[in-house]
Design a protein around this ligand. Structure first.
Ligand code: HEC
Ligand code: HEC
Ligand code: HEC
Ligand code: HEC
Ligand code: HEC
Ligand code: HEC
Ligand code: HEC
Length: 459
């Protein structure tokens, strides 16, 4: 996941003299005997970076490098390679944190050290450094929050890295003592504990305790994100905070995931639901409860796809039911309308009353601009960018997709660059092939884009 650039096979981006014109300048990606380089040139100034590391490779690959003639500081580079697209993109096209593209300058030398943020979740290093950072910055959602380390640095000392990338000691502590025969632990031993810190017991007990084993994962799966009123994160890497905000207090990450193999399995997750909620284990009871065929699963209504992942929309880890008035009133994405995009919120509340005897009154809800409008349209035109993105992906999964093409095509001109790219992904899912640059270039000027859109509309 996080590798040295010189490692064989680490780099997946096209460095064979690829050139991208962007914002009045040009980015060039090259390779020579000394390795990979990214050169950014505009108006007579040229900044050239030597690539030292890669971060990620499946959904997106980003790069770390040092500026030619600089002090050797490793920084995150401004362009990333998007494998799904097979192309180079400047940061605002894949990183949703930019409120406006104008706030991004790809040609200004980057000054923030890479080690300020990325390796805290993408590499392995001594746990005492994580404690020191949590102490200094008052951040930390993993076990580190329960301990203190006076002094110490909040910046990662790269020389102290155990490994580049994630290895055993990102999760298991006490490796050195273990080599000498002592048992391994999740709870650190010998660190200065704050009040209420969990005590090290046995590995067998620690792995059973959700409060311990989930915080192992929460060291890294607790990224910042805009959130819905019930705590739901709209972006991924925040799975641990979402699960912690869920009503399922005894659920552990490892009920649904194998920590050593990664990946996920829908059938295993559904089985986890019914093993803790056995009333719904019988198919007949599940069908009565859901009112749908088995194709609509527990996850579809209780873990809907409302999280922006790396290159696809993924399920939330905030387990919930689609009847929370605080969420419905603000037109937050609800599981029912994510499939029933053409139905209005008054239809949904009527069906919830019929199916589940839930009394909800939408007449006072202003957020829909009229309670009889198709909710899919309400979301696609919403002022909240995340809703637009989720709606585009929901249409792409839906049998309604073909009818939504004109609306999606309109959404291709979204003011936010990452929304344009994700809308393009949605359209590609619908038409079953890649849009070509001739049809749509998210980096084109408004005039050119409008022309390209008109070509799309003829389809
Ligand atoms: C709070 C922890 C955290 C921090 C800090 C963090 N990441 Fe990540 N990152 C993750 C997690 C967790 C994932 C996996 C997301 C998933 O698959 O759900 C991820 C995924 C990625 C991916 C995609 C990986 C792939 O194979 O598709 C890239 C690229 C990436 N991060 C880049 C960065 C960069 C660059 C930084 C520093 C600016 C950074 N990350 C900082 C936690 C973090
Ligand atoms: C992402 C976190 C993570 C990483 C990395 C990790 N482990 Fe684990 N490991 C766990 C968790 C969590 C459990 C408990 C699993 C459970 O109870 O289902 C575990 C359990 C184990 C067990 C007990 C297995 C059993 O079934 O009794 C061993 C042995 C182990 N890990 C060794 C390793 C080794 C060796 C590495 C490095 C190659 C490693 N782990 C990397 C999280 C991790
Ligand atoms: C390890 C056990 C565990 C797992 C796995 C689990 N839950 Fe729960 N869940 C609980 C507990 C405990 C509660 C809180 C007590 C209760 O209401 O039963 C809860 C509460 C809930 C609630 C709220 C109940 C209410 O009255 O408001 C819903 C809905 C729910 N779970 C659905 C699910 C779904 C769907 C899944 C699978 C995606 C799931 N749970 C997985 C243990 C679990
Ligand atoms: C040291 C930080 C760290 C810890 C601790 C950690 N993860 Fe991750 N995890 C990551 C990063 C970074 C990625 C993205 C890797 C990539 O794709 O490049 C990831 C990816 C994943 C994925 C997606 C894998 C896939 O195949 O798409 C799952 C699932 C996951 N982690 C579960 C867990 C669980 C469960 C735990 C706790 C037992 C855990 N992680 C602990 C950093 C961490
Ligand atoms: C079509 C949507 C839908 C599906 C599918 C669905 N649920 Fe629900 N579920 C709901 C709604 C709506 C509520 C809220 C009802 C309430 O609060 O009485 C709910 C409530 C619950 C609750 C809490 C209230 C209770 O009756 O205990 C649990 C637990 C639950 N569901 C588990 C499951 C499990 C497990 C599955 C899969 C077997 C599942 N649900 C499938 C819509 C669904
Ligand atoms: C009730 C089952 C369940 C539990 C508990 C659970 N997960 Fe997941 N997780 C899933 C499912 C299902 C997916 C697949 C989502 C998708 O593909 O849309 C998933 C996907 C993920 C991913 C990949 C997201 C992406 O962007 O591709 C990560 C990372 C992850 N889980 C981490 C965790 C962590 C960390 C915990 C504990 C804090 C956890 N999960 C607890 C069911 C669960
Ligand atoms: C994963 C997608 C999905 C989700 C989530 C979902 N539905 Fe459905 N719904 C369907 C499909 C597909 C059908 C038709 C086949 C069937 O019954 O499973 C349907 C049929 C229906 C019907 C009968 C046909 C109609 O259109 O009048 C009603 C009523 C309904 N759903 C209400 C709901 C409500 C209320 C929720 C939320 C609690 C919900 N659905 C969640 C996909 C979904």
């Amino acid at each position: 996941m996080n590798q040295r650039a010189e490692t064989a096979g680490a780099v997946v981006g096209d460095f064979a003299n690829a050139v991208v014109a962007y914002a009045g300048g040009e980015a060039r990606f090259t390779r020579d005997r000394e390795g990979y380089a990214m050169t950014l040139a505009r108006a007579g100034t040229t900044v050239r970076y030597r690539v030292t590391r890669t971060i990620g490779r499946r959904g997106l690959q980003e790069y770390v490098g040092t500026q030619d003639g600089g002090a050797g500081l490793e920084v995150r580079l401004p362009f990333g390679w998007w494998p799904r697209r097979g192309g180079w993109y400047p940061q605002p096209y894949f990183d949703p944190w930019f409120a406006a593209e104008a706030s991004f300058d790809a040609y200004a030398p980057v000054t923030e050290p890479w080690a300020e943020r990325c390796p805290w979740c993408h590499s392995t290093y001594p746990f005492e450094q994580r404690i020191a950072r949590a102490t200094q910055k008052a951040i930390g959602h993993g076990l580190e929050q329960h301990f203190t380390a006076p002094g110490g640095s909040d910046r990662l000392a790269l020389a102290q890295q155990v490994t580049t990338g994630i290895s055993c000691e990102s999760c298991h502590l006490g490796g050195r003592a273990h080599k000498a025969g002592a048992p391994i632990h999740f709870v650190p031993e010998g660190a200065a504990a704050r009040a209420g810190a969990p005590l090290p017991t046995t590995f067998a007990a620690e792995r059973k305790d959700p409060a311990i084993v989930n915080t192992v994962c929460a060291q890294c799966h607790s990224g910042p994100s805009p959130r819905l009123p019930d705590g739901t994160a709209l972006r991924n890497s925040s799975e641990a905070l979402d699960l912690a905000a869920s009503p399922c207090t005894t659920a552990r990450c490892i009920d649904c995931h194998d920590p050593h193999r990664g990946g996920f399995d829908e059938a295993r997750a559904t089985a986890a639901c019914t093993s803790c909620h056995p009333r719904f284990a019988q198919p007949a009871a599940a069908a009565t409860h859901s009112g749908h065929t088995a194709a609509t699963t527990c996850l579809d209504c209780h873990m809907p796809r409302i999280v922006m992942g790396i290159d696809r929309v993924v399920r939330t880890h905030r387990i919930s039911s689609p009847n929370d008035p605080a969420m419905l009133a603000v037109a937050a994405p609800n599981a029912c309308n994510l499939c029933h995009l053409d139905r209005s919120i008054s239809w949904t509340t009527d069906e919830l009353r019929r199916g589940y005897e839930l009394a909800l009154d939408p007449r006072t809800w202003r957020a829909y601009g009229g309670i009889d409008r198709p909710v899919g349209e309400v979301w696609l035109e919403n002022k909240e960018p995340a809703y637009r993105l989720l709606a585009a992906a929901a249409y792409a999964r839906s049998p309604l997709a073909r009818f939504a093409l004109p609306a999606l095509t309109k959404a291709l001109a979204d003011p936010l660059p990452h929304l344009r790219v994700w809308t393009m992904f949605a359209i590609e899912d619908v038409i079953g092939r890649k849009l070509t640059l001739a049809e749509f270039d998210p980096r084109a000027s408004a005039v050119v884009r409008a022309r390209q859109l008109s070509v799309l509309r003829l389809r």
